[in-house]
Design a protein around this ligand. Structure first.
Ligand code: 13P
Length: 246
């Protein structure tokens, strides 16, 4: 049985004070116990948030990482730096990074490997654009991303995959639970080809894209969906708590 992982991707929101306020609201609330909760604040809030969560079961993740350990890479943050803070997960290959920052599958592949090398768990994001779905290319797109992004990765057991159809991100337009479940099931088949059926069976596949308190249950009840990667709705404590307690 795969335990659900419900993650909040705060994106470029919340200064330190706002981050701590949101974390305090989560700590002081009753949260479902059979769910893993993860928050991914911006880099500037990681340290204070991790300190605040010291005695809590809520986990912390980063939203990006560089693939080198150190060196002359102005503005970048290395996996070793994240590891030393106590960061557990790293979101990799989010469509916003692919779209606005030119991240290619080759770069994403290097980042996935760098995380695994240092014991950080990558949350690898994949998903098709609206044009690709309308052309019937959604499965081919996601398969290609997985094959390229996981090239040379021999063990997927420390990895999480997030299926985030680009057309559903920040648009209020969610994939139907059937569409999301079908794609997750397909992703598991591809993972079985890349790794083994046993490894694929135990890997978590999240859905992301306009998840909110009203649609969380239907999505999270799907058999192939092992959690959610929540953007906008994770910025409001009440809403995120409702999603966790779906
Ligand atoms: P929204 O929940 O705001 O659509 O964002 C989803 C997302 O991109 C999470 O990584």
């Amino acid at each position: 049985m795969r335990k659900k992982l419900i993650a909040g991707n705060w994106k470029m929101n919340n200064n330190v004070e706002e981050s701590l306020k949101l974390v305090e609201a989560l700590i002081s609330s009753k949260l479902k116990e059979d769910v893993d909760v993860l928050i991914c604040p911006p880099f500037t809030s990681l340290y204070p948030v991790i300190r605040e969560l010291k005695n809590s079961s809520i986990k912390t993740g980063a939203q990006n990482v560089h693939y080198e350990d150190k060196g002359a890479y102005t503005g970048e943050v290395s996996p070793l730096m994240l590891k030393s803070l106590g960061v557990e997960y790293v979101i990799i290959g989010h469509s916003e990074r692919r779209q606005y920052f030119g991240e290619t599958d080759l770069i994403i592949n290097k980042k996935v490997k760098a995380c695994l090398r240092h014991g950080l768990k990558p949350i690898l994001c994949v998903g098709e654009t609206l044009d690709q779905r309308e052309a019937g290319l959604e499965k081919e797109t996601v398969r290609n991303q997985l094959i390229k992004d996981l090239d040379g990765v021999t063990d997927g057991s420390g990895l999480v995959i997030a299926y985030e159809p680009v057309w559903a991100i920040g648009t209020g337009k969610t994939a139907t639970s059937t569409q999301a479940n079908e794609m997750s099931s397909y992703i598991r088949e591809v993972l079985a080809d890349i790794f083994t059926a046993h490894i694929a069976e135990n890997m978590k596949i999240q859905y992301g894209g306009s998840v909110n308190a009203s649609n969380a249950k239907e999505i999270l009840d799907q058999p192939h969906i092992d959690g959610a990667l929540v953007g906008g709705a994770s910025l409001k404590a009440d809403e995120f708590i409702k999603i966790i307690n779906y």
